[in-house]
Design a protein around this ligand. Structure first.
Ligand SMILES: NC(=O)c1ccc[n+]([C@@H]2O[C@H](COP(=O)([O-])OP(=O)(O)OC[C@H]3O[C@@H](n4cnc5c(N)ncnc54)[C@H](O)[C@@H]3O)[C@@H](O)[C@H]2O)c1
Length: 260
């Protein structure tokens, strides 16, 4: 009779912050963290969607209105987290956004926005968390396949996501001795409500299902990811199940980045 195998993916007793957790990928991640036993703070700039998400996620979730590009606000959010829940075990730096333009047309405003949200926002999410975490703390940064396969017109976004991946390579050395692990989790296209509404705006509501199917055919698994599948991968990286993994970029993209 084999010994009972412990479920090292469980997050019982852990407190996690998920930034951008009010919708899309972040909401899927928060849902999985709750299902795996964590208490979760969803931290987002959009108060209205944050409220709706808090109601959907239930009693093991609290909400925090915060702009991750504002270090003072992020510090205050972590202070509230510790005051309310007593500890900080895991952070998922999920906020990110893109903008599209060719190299000859990129504006300073676009540069500041894309690098501000994706790079400064993640730096400011990670920076104050390190001192608050104990041994076993985990940080998961949501990247993108654009870090190695930037689509035409998406050089800012691809560059910002590649910057994150490389900053992590230095950060894991700088936190040596703390036991804190930092990893990047990179999705390909994810079937989110905002993707669907963007497709509906561009091509009409009756085209959305066909376009989602067509987009999914671009990877070897032949479909788009569901937000919760990113959630399960984030739970893995945040849990004891990945206890000797740090500094990687894990692609949860149906194999797209390995075959493109
Ligand atoms: N959706 C995809 O297909 C896809 C693919 C690859 C990577 N990603 C990455 O996944 C992450 C989430 O993407 P998504 O599609 O769910 O995005 P989304 O736009 O649907 O949601 C982002 C959330 O972040 C919040 N937010 C935006 N700016 C903020 C700020 N400054 N401070 C705090 N909150 C802020 C928004 O209010 C929103 O709730 C991003 O890092 C994105 O780059 C998404």
């Amino acid at each position: 009779m084999p010994a009972q195998i412990a479920n090292h993916m469980r997050l019982d007793g852990k407190v996690a912050v998920v930034t951008g957790g009010a919708q899309g990928v972040g909401l899927g991640i928060a849902q999985e963290f709750v299902d795996y036993g964590a208490t979760v703070v969803i931290a987002d700039i959009n108060e209205a969607t944050l409220k709706e998400a808090g109601a959907v996620l239930g009693p093991n979730v609290t909400t925090a209105v915060v702009d991750v590009t504002n270090l003072d606000q992020v510090r205050a959010m972590y202070a509230d987290t510790i005051a309310t829940h007593g500890r900080l075990d895991a952070v998922v730096a999920n906020v990110g956004a893109g903008d599209s333009n060719g190299v000859q047309s990129i504006t300073e405003k676009q540069f500041d926005f894309v690098f501000g949200v994706n790079v400064k926002g993640v730096l400011f999410t990670v920076q104050p968390a390190i001192d608050l975490m104990k041994d076993g703390g985990t940080i998961v940064i949501i990247g993108s396949t654009a870090s190695i396969q930037p689509p035409t017109g998406m050089s800012l976004y691809g560059g910002a996501k590649a910057a994150l991946r490389n900053m992590v390579r230095a950060w894991i050395q700088e936190v040596r001795g703390t036991g804190i692990r930092i990893n990047v989790l990179s999705p390909g296209a994810v079937d989110t409500p905002s993707l669907r509404s963007a497709l509906a705006d561009a091509s009409g509501a009756d085209q959305v299902d066909a376009l989602v199917t067509k987009m999914g055919e671009g990877n070897p698994l032949g479909r788009l990811a569901r937000p919760r599948e990113l959630g399960t991968a984030a739970v893995f990286l945040a849990s004891e199940a990945s206890s000797f993994i740090t500094g990687v970029e894990l692609f949860a993209d149906g194999g797209m980045a390995q075959t493109g």
